[in-house]
Design a protein around this ligand. Sequence first.
Ligand code: SAM
Ligand code: SF4
Length: 325
Amino acid sequence: MNDTFQRKINYLRISVTDRCNLRCVYCMPEEGVDLTDHKEILSHEEIIRVIKSAVLTGIRKIRFTGGEPLVRRGITSLIERVNEISEIDDIALTTNGILLPKMAVGLKKAGLRRVNISLDTLSPEKFRRITRGGRLSEAWLGVETAREVGFDPVKINTVIIRGFNDNEIYDFARLTTKIPLNVRFIELMPIGVSDLGDGGGFVATAELTEMLQDRYGLVPEKVAGNGPAKSYRIPGAPGTIGFISPISNHFCASCNRLRLTAEGQLRPCLQSPQEIDMKTPLREGASTEELAQVIRFAISSKPEKHNMEQAGWAGNRRCMTQIGG
Ligand code: SAM
Ligand code: SF4
């Protein structure tokens, strides 16, 4: 279905949990967020019902996210069930990678095609700092396992933060000359609770592109399913480099997505606080068509664009783990 700005909405991002085994500094406060009671989180059955009704509105692609989706009990069997819905032609997952060594084989068998792994630094000490206690070796083993079991592509999402990892962009770029990874540099967004402060840590894509262009002579590249990323390749490299610029060059005009929070609220826009309640109709026995009507309403409520630049951190107090990043 098209929204009121003639954008075709065919992509649903589903947060399956607001829990996480890491505590990234730009994503949630040190003490974590108030966790939602299990009863308030959508069950697998309810998630499947949402997907089946979303299919009626034209949704064809699902991405599981969170919190950390791999800490959700039974995620593998949930993916297996989604894989049986013939209208869904793409299932993907965004993860911090920590649990992939244990789970990747099962996930692949269940029908998961691709994974995005979030990794902001290649230094063990900095990884510990940014994730408040995580181990780089575990995340990196997740990347290697993802490649070994044949997820294709394996994308690395790297949020660039000035003074923290902006000096690592050459190291990440060099990775793509050795390994067929799609590394994507993402602009920091003022969403959630962070002590970085307005403007603190933000680096615009243009600066990074110029640095890498000067050193490596990037060539533009088309990467299938790379969404809003602008992609390039270092000549001869097996991997690619992408830039995602939600702030400096927002891609709202081509936005094709809707979000479902773990508590069953539809979010027409990542940034806007508007939420449309899906859980009540689900729990009051609405039919698949009635649920599809709620989704159509959410699609038609999509704003033209976000206003993160103006709102800053103060305007977006719900963390990514609660919204589903
Ligand atoms: N736990 C999983 C992970 O880390 O990939 C999935 C959920 S996480 C919220 C999804 C993505 O959101 C990650 O790539 C993370 O880096 C990104 N993210 C979280 N807070 C962000 C922020 N303030 N600005 C930009 N990206 C952010
Ligand atoms: Fe957890 Fe992902 Fe947020 Fe890091 S970015 S705290 S791994 S949900």
